[in-house]
Design a protein around this ligand. Structure first.
Ligand code: NAP
Length: 252
C-alpha cells in the first residue's frame, strides 16, 4: 500500500547510536517523524533528536530496553501521541564477548535472545496492531536488523548472537507472509562488518577493522551505508519487497 511518509511516525529501536542513529537521521530527512528508542545513553539519544530538529525535522527520544515488555508498550504509547505509525525499524541489538558455546552462561544466552529476538517480535506485534488494515491501520513497513552472522554462524566468536539473527531471518519471512495482505511489508537487512561501537561493547573494538581484509570489498561498511538500504526498504520505491532479506556486507 503506498503511503505518504510525511508526518508519519517511524519508531527506531536503538536509534541513539550506530546504525540506528544513521537511520534516524536518514528517515527524518525523508519526512518521517522519528521516535528514537534508547536503552541507557540518554545523551546520545538527545543528540540525535537535536540534530534532526536542527534540520527542521521532528523527533522524540524514549527510553526503552527492548528486553522489557513494559518499556515496549510505553515506547509505542509515546509514538501514538506523536502521530500515526508508518514504520518500525527493529534495530536494537547486542553481541556477547568472544566465547565458545561450552563457555556460555544461561544468563548470557537468555539476555541475547531477550534483546535480539523477543524484543524484535514484541515491537513488531505492537507495530502490526497499529499499522495493519485488519486493525483499522493504514499499512506500513517493518525493517529488521539481521546480520551476515546468521549465515556464517560465527564459530568461536558468538554463536548465540548468530542464532539470534537466524531467528530474525525466519521471523522476517514468516511475518511478511502473515501481514502481506494487510498493507504491511516486512524485510530485513543483513549487515556485514560495520564501523560502530557494537564491537567494543562485545570486548573487541578492533574486530571490524581487523577482519576487513576478509571482506570481498576489503573494507568495513559505514552505518550510513546500512541506513541507506533501510530507508529504501521503508520507501514506496520498495513497494513490491516483502519477506525479503538484503545483504549489505561488501560481499561478505
Ligand atoms: P551499537 O553501535 O552498539 O548501537 C546499539 C544501539 O542499540 C544503541 O542505540 C543502544 O542504546 C541500543 N541498545 C542496546 N541494547 C538495547 C536494548 N536492550 N534495548 C534497546 N536498545 C538497546 O550497534 P550497531 O552496530 O549500530 O547495531 C545495530 C544493529 O545492527 C544490531 O541489531 C546489530 O546486531 C546489527 N548489526 C550490526 C553489525 C555491525 O557490524 N555493527 C553487523 C551486523 C548486524 P544506548 O545508546 O542507550 O546504549
Amino acid at each position: 500500500m503506498p503511503f505518504d511518509s510525511k508526518d508519519r511516525v517511524a519508531v527506531i529501536t536503538g536509534g541513539s547510536r550506530g546504525i540506528g542513529r544513521a537511520t534516524a537521521l536518514a528517515a527524518a530527512a525523508r519526512g518521517f517523524r522519528i521516535v528514537v528508542g534508547y536503552a541507557a545513553n540518554q545523551a546520545a539519544a538527545d543528540e540525535v533528536v537535536a540534530t534532526i530538529e536542527a534540520k527542521n525535522g521532528k523527533a522524540i527520544a524514549v527510553k526503552c530496553d527492548v528486553a522489557e515488555e513494559k518499556d515496549i508498550l510505553a515506547l509505542f504509547e509515546a509514538a501514538d501521541k506523536f502521530g500515526a505509525l508508518a514504520a518500525l525499524v527493529n534495530n536494537a541489538g547486542i553481541v556477547g564477548e568472544t566465547a565458545r558455546v561450552d563457555e556460555m552462561s544461561a544468563e548470557r544466552i537468555q539476555r541475547m535472545m531477550a534483546v535480539n529476538v523477543t524484543g524484535s517480535i514484541l515491537c513488531a506485534r505492537e507495530a502490526v496492531k497499529r499499522m495493519s488494515t485488519r486493525h483499522g491501520g493504514k499499512g506500513g513497513v517493518i525493517v529488521n536488523l539481521s546480520s551476515v552472522a546468521a549465515k556464517l554462524g560465527s564459530p568461536n566468536t558468538y554463536v548465540d548472537y548468530a542464532a539470534s539473527k537466524g531467528a530474525i531471518d525466519s521471523f522476517t519471512v514468516g511475518l511478511g507472509h502473515e501481514v502481506a495482505g494487510e498493507g504491511i511489508r516486512v524485510a530485513a537487512i543483513r549487515p556485514g562488518l560495520i564501523d560502530t561501537d557494537i564491537h567494543g561493547s562485545g570486548g573487541d573494538p578492533d574486530r571490524a577493522h581487523r577482519l576487513a581484509p576478509s571482506v570481498p570489498m576489503k573494507r568495513v561498511g559505514t552505518a550510513e551505508e546500512i541506513a541507506n538500504a533501510i530507508v529504501w526498504l521503508m520507501s514506496d520505491e520498495a513497494s513490491y519487497v516483502t519477506s525479503a532479506i538484503l545483504d549489505v556486507s561488501g560481499g561478505r
